[in-house]
Design a binder for this molecule. Sequence first.
Ligand code: ZN
Length: 310
Amino acid sequence: MSITVGRLMGVPVRVHLTCILALALLSYIIGRGFVYSVEEGLSLPWAIVIGGVIAVMLYGCLLAHECGHVAVASRRGVKTSAIVLSALGGEAKLIRDTATWSDELGIALAGPAVSLTLAIVSAVPLLLFEQSAIITTVAFYLAFANGVLAVMNLLPGYPLDGGRAVRAVLWRAIGDRARAARIATGAGKAVGGLMAAYGALQLVGVDWNGVWFVGLGWYIADAAAREWERERVRTMLVHSQAVDVVTAPSGAAMYSQTVDAGENAWEVVERMGALNDDGAVAVADRDGVVGLIEKRELPGLLASRLRTAH
Ligand SMILES: [Zn+2]
């Protein structure tokens, strides 16, 4: 559930509903836990308002981080379908896989580079203004948060930027994209698992920050597992043809488009991600439609192929 709030660099920016919840929570946590404790003489409601301003600026920084990815991706010919902001952070959804390890590395590191730059720029008011000024409170928090953002994103597990960088470097070192992905997504599952375990420990100690770590850890581990699944499917299909992944005989269902029987199966499967759940494409050769690929049936077919591939 997300709404499009505008476009940046031609890419739609979508805000997930959890993002609004996170803004409200962050306003309180930053306002009460940080601003209120360092700003003497400030009332609690005002501290929470300033906390809200910092929370909004923080999401602006997150957006800038994603724009870093988008800018390098577009320079390397990879389009982005959307930037999505949620309670767990931001994500730039690239339309297709990167073709080379250097594209992968450049795109991965661009985000943390932006965050690191923002951390340094945010620290400038600390040198210019007196410690007591409210602007230094805001600046300190933004410098700190952007620094944490850069470091956390550089943890070496996919789907974090650091994990993508590891995948790129291994891809270069061993010359095998799938094996590199296996290691990077394995590390992602480990990083996610450790984060969730840390969160669970916090919850045992009645520290509610644990909820966020459990959620983020679970999200990272799950995304790593799904990416590894996707990579295995890719490896299986990249040398197959569309006709090899037909799920039903012709005439069995409606279809929105027709693909050539000899078209690359992986590219067809990737494109089908944009279809509705009940969508299908027809596979045709010179004599007409030879079968259909139904989106709903595809995961089952691919899963059984993966099982028999072992
Ligand atoms: Zn990033």
